[in-house]
Write a protein that binds this ligand. Structure first.
Ligand SMILES: [Zn+2]
Length: 90
């Protein structure tokens, strides 16, 4: 789970991202996988995304339909992942 405690919201500038939780026991970190168009609520595709956990380094695969969509402040996502390095899912 991304904590928003220190994210100062000077603008109402949330972005939509697709997330998956790390399956490793004792981790479970929510990893942002990709950015998505704001109107999306989910995916139908069973194409798998390979994800390297930001916390523990565990590499796991998640089908796109199992990703969850959240809205987080742009700055917060940028700090942790780098907006430029995040792929888009169309
Ligand atoms: Zn992990």
């Amino acid at each position: 789970m991304i904590q928003a405690v220190n994210a100062r919201r000077t603008r109402n500038d949330n972005i939509s991202v697709a997330c998956a939780n790390c399956p490793a026991s004792e981790c479970g970190k929510e990893n942002v996988v990709a950015r998505v168009a704001s109107a999306r609520s989910g995916f139908n595709s069973s194409a798998e995304r390979e994800i390297a956990c930001k916390r523990c380094g565990n590499v796991f695969k998640v089908p796109e339909y199992a990703l969850t969509i959240h809205r987080y402040p742009r700055e917060q996502v940028d700090l942790e992942y780098g907006l430029d390095s995040l792929a888009w899912i169309e």
